[in-house]
Write a protein that binds this ligand. Sequence first.
Ligand code: HEM
Length: 128
Amino acid sequence: DLDGDDLRRDPRLKGHGGRFMQVVGAVLENIDNADTAIRPLLFQLGERHAYYDGFKPEYFEQYKKGMMYMCEQNFGDKLTPKLRDLWTKVFNFIIDSVRDGCVEALRHREDDRQYSVARDAQVTRGTI
Ligand code: HEM
């Protein structure tokens, strides 16, 4: 359970910015079929994030803010409202797709856990 600063300092995230930007590049190169070709891959990437120790889906909103901050720092005055809108759309598409996969994986995990708890109770009671 990390806040913004801890998240930034976490050694597990060293190099993550580069991986994120690679994904941004791939999305922009395939923008014409982003929904069919790219979204499923981002969804799977999100499923993997669900298994990172201590990871919470709430972090994705923070990540969006971080990416917009990065844009402001890098583009400075060149970040026109139109350009800002465009980058917001790109980041939202990527991060929301990753988040959807993550949330889905967490839901499955919770379903599996409840199933095991119920089954263990049945075994204990001797009903199966
Ligand atoms: C919300 C905050 C996020 C956190 C805390 C986080 C954390 C992590 C961690 C701990 C790893 C494993 C270590 C590593 O390979 O660097 C990882 C891998 C990775 N993350 Fe994230 N991540 C976040 C969001 C995202 C988003 C939005 C993307 C979208 C592109 C992304 C893309 C990747 C990629 C491409 C990898 C490489 C491993 C793989 O393909 O499974 N991450 N992330």
